[in-house]
Design a protein. Structure first.
Lengths: 161, 161
DNA sequence: ACTGAAAGACGTCGAAT
DNA sequence: ATTCGACGTCTTTCAGT
């Protein structure tokens, strides 16, 4: 399946929003099932979903895996500052971070730190290895402060719409 | 006594891992396409995927939406401490937080704070409203410190396996 | 455990209201 | 903008190896 990137803004009606809400929780719903839930037939629902894909409201469809079962049960948030804030140093940092697969999310943030990283590894030993051998290899990091996740209270991949 | 296969640990071979890696990036791949990539016919691939679903390695299938387009473009990380750390207060906090739809993730963390929340709202005005009228209504919050996301460097929903 | 084939369901799209 | 109908493809299962 291929999506054509089209950044136009669409006027979403209530049915579009309901379709998005359902699909972001379970994308295995068939067009038929979706149609039944919004009281329409399959064709308009099919076309609406395609429209939402083409317009970029739906970016992609993915399987959500169980991190614990796959031995990536330790999540760490790492606050990072850079030694300097030149464009070159920032760009290099971004490039380095993107290539580290343990870093599943990275944001440029306000406040005392420059970047916030979400890292997933097997356990504390693996995290130590990550810090020493991977994060340690990234240039121009001024400081890095780790916060460990002890328990997951809520993690809905769904956007509140 | 009979064991139901749900949630048991399985021995995953290389092909299982490759299937998981592909599906967590694009779950719209057909059994046929997956089969071609791992050089098998459809039947074993179909059965492997079903096995991975039943065993809980695949938790669900979802559509990933574009937060910006859906007017939830402001992401905020909020560090929260509780006034006291009794079980009752903790449980009540968890219950309250789970019901706030703007809070898309919530973790119990180590360090200076007790909880880390990831919040998605439209803009700063909406965040102010969230803090005043929603987070403000949650009992026993000692302090709350907000960190604003200025830019997203990386966000792969994929677990590094 | 895998291959190949076969039945049924679904996605997909054109024509029509 | 929705319904109907038809085609191709995918899912799902069942023999056979």
């Amino acid at each position: 399946m291929r999506f054509i990137e089209n950044n136009s803004a669409l006027a979403l009606d209530d049915i579009d929003l309901r379709l998005l809400r359902m699909l972001q929780v379970n994308s295995n719903l068939t067009t038929k099932e979706l149609a039944a839930k919004v009281n329409l037939s399959t064709t308009p629902v099919f076309e609406r979903v395609k429209k939402l894909e083409k317009a970029g409201y739906i970016k992609n469809y993915i399987a959500v895996l169980d991190a614990e079962k796959l031995n990536k049960g330790l999540m760490v948030f790492c606050n990072v500052t850079l030694k300097a804030h030149t464009r070159a140093i920032g760009n290099q940092f971004v490039k380095d971070i993107v290539s580290l697969e343990e870093v599943v999310e990275c944001y440029n943030i306000s406040g005392d730190y420059d970047f916030l990283l979400k890292i997933m590894v097997k356990d504390m030993k693996a995290y130590q290895n990550f810090v020493l051998n991977h994060l340690g290899g990234v240039k121009n990091i001024g400081s890095a402060q780790s916060t460990f996740v002890m328990g997951e209270i809520k993690n809905s991949y769904a956007i509140p719409i």
